[in-house]
Design a protein around this ligand. Structure first.
Ligand SMILES: [Zn+2]
Length: 68
């Protein structure tokens, strides 16, 4: 089953985001709260989807906090 891991991939998508109070610890840019979707695909066919929230930096894209 060595090849199994090559057939599975995960993609993260930002569904929507809005600015929130706070700043990035890395670059000092503005933070925003984003609705994220993690999609797991097997042989390029999506079979599992999870939505979650994260606080992200709008400038450098760093993830500051995540909620599952
Ligand atoms: Zn940043």
């Amino acid at each position: 089953m060595v090849c199994f891991c090559f057939l599975v991939d995960q993609t993260k998508k930002v569904k929507r985001s809005k600015p929130v109070a706070g700043s990035c610890s890395r670059c000092g840019g503005g933070a925003s709260v984003a609705d994220m979707i993690t999609q797991t695909r097997f042989c390029y066919v999506p079979f599992y989807c999870k939505s979650w929230k994260a606080i992200m930096c709008t400038f450098c894209g760093a993830m500051l906090k995540s909620y599952t």
